[in-house]
Design a binder for this molecule. Sequence first.
Ligand SMILES: Cc1cc2nc3c(=O)[nH]c(=O)nc-3n(C[C@H](O)[C@H](O)[C@H](O)COP(=O)(O)O)c2cc1C
Length: 228
Amino acid sequence: MDLRDGIRTTGAVRGFTEQTVDDSTLYEILDDARFAPSGGNRQPWRVAVVQDLTLRRNLADAMQTVWDEYVAVSQTGRTPFTVVDAAPYELVSVKPGNVPNDLLDKIESVPVVLAISANLGSIAMMDKDLARPTITGGASIYPFCWSIILAARSRGLGGVITTFASRVEPITGDLLGLAKNDALAATIFLGHPIKQLSKLKRSAVETFTTLNRFDGPSFPSEPNNDRP
Ligand SMILES: Cc1cc2nc3c(=O)[nH]c(=O)nc-3n(C[C@H](O)[C@H](O)[C@H](O)COP(=O)(O)O)c2cc1C
């Protein structure tokens, strides 16, 4: 598949057929993804291929609490877990299992479940001393995660990066044997898509790009109305 097409059409896949993914294919996917960039080329990633069904169920049960909370907060119109103007969560009524989540409900039958951790000791966290939560560290691990998705797509597979396991890292990290000084960055689900959505809803360049400064004039100055 053409690189440009891949970038523009790789949507999140959360529903998989029963077709399995063999270890050699998964190895090849990881072998492609390892070429992802990272700060100082320190490659802070570790991957756990989670095959044990009891472990998967325990992880899903922990993630379920996060999903329930995510849904409950979303229903109030706020962005869940934002650090900006975060309202106390005690105000939100959480109804367990309110909205089904196929990834968690059917985690035992997802062809591939990967836990991705990042070694914090290998990441130069450029914004660590600012008076706001850090963001730059993630840039050394999420390109790797995205490369896994793209490498899977190039083989006719689909998948999704998820982060709900990170919110309950004290539980999920214990379950996964997360190393000291490592952070659980993502849980990635892969398989043969029941449906590969390729027409993605994304905002136009004009809505997020300005000239010189973030408060500068729009870029481009003449909006391009030809694009879909
Ligand atoms: C950093 C990151 C975290 C995400 N976390 C979750 C998650 O916890 N659960 C989930 O179902 N999807 C998760 N997603 C998938 C996004 O919901 C998805 O990429 C987005 O909604 C766009 O969907 P689309 O490609 O189908 O348009 C995550 C994606 C990223 C990049």
